[in-house]
Design a binder for this molecule. Structure first.
Ligand code: DX5
Ligand code: ZN
Length: 221
């Protein structure tokens, strides 16, 4: 049976001056999770927001908070995002993220939250495979992280296929999420290749009609 499609708007593209309204609007428009992009100015070349903002988001929605850490030393900050109400926390495998990935994933799961692992487009698939037995969520980045509004990289679809094959072979049960440049068209391609969770910033928050944008993405296959 195919997995239900999850749509996770990334608030990085929301109007921060009306954040509570934006969150309520995407919830009413059919969003499943709220994706929070945490960027520290070290792991990638931009700065977004921290745990206090995640806690604020949580005050305005009942939806699960899907926290994507693009930061160094994730292990040091994980407890603060747990306190802030994160339901899932996804961490990067690149050496530049400067943490023991297996330990951080355990830390997240021990706190009763969903643990996610992710990799940049330039990082080979092999870098995540040894962690797949220990995750609830695998995120395949379809842009280099740091900024919304970049073009989707179809060359990452091979990673989706390999992760799907691994999941089947090992009878595992993690969600497979894509993030970066997702719209109705690239959602369809991602779903075809095995994704069931879609992160989208620009194509939702910069559209005039959140409900249509979310519906078109969900029903794109
Ligand atoms: C990239 C972030 C994404 C980003 C997606 O650094 O991880 O979540 O906000 O934005 P769009 O959908 O605009 O590519
Ligand atoms: Zn993200």
């Amino acid at each position: 049976m195919p997995r239900p499609i999850i749509v996770a708007p990334s608030i990085l593209a929301a109007d921060f001056s009306r954040l509570a309204d934006e969150i309520r609007a995407v919830e009413a428009a059919g969003a499943d999770w709220i994706h929070c992009d945490i960027i520290d100015g070290h792991f990638v070349d931009n700065i977004s927001f921290g745990p206090a903002m995640v806690a604020t988001v949580g005050k305005h929605t009942k939806l699960p908070l899907d926290v994507h850490l693009m930061i160094e030393h994730a292990d040091h900050y994980v407890p603060r995002f747990i306190d802030a109400g994160a339901n899932s926390i996804t961490v990067h495998v690149e050496a530049e993220a400067k943490h023991d990935v297996a330990r951080t994933l355990r830390q997240i799961r021990d706190a009763g939250r969903r643990a996610g692992v992710t990799l940049n487009p330039a990082t080979p698939y092999e870098a995540i495979e040894s962690h797949l037995a220990e995750v609830d969520l695998l995120l395949i980045m379809t842009v280099h992280p740091g900024f919304g509004g970049q073009a989707f990289r179809a060359d990452q679809m091979a990673k989706l296929q390999r992760a799907c094959a691994w999941r089947e072979a090992h009878k595992a049960n993690f969600d497979i999420e894509v993030d970066g440049g997702i719209n109705a068209e690239t959602a369809a391609l991602s779903i075809e290749n095995g994704a069931n969770a879609l992160v989208a910033g620009t194509s939702i928050f910069r559209s005039g009609d959140y409900k249509t944008a979310i519906r078109e993405m969900r029903n794109s296959r």
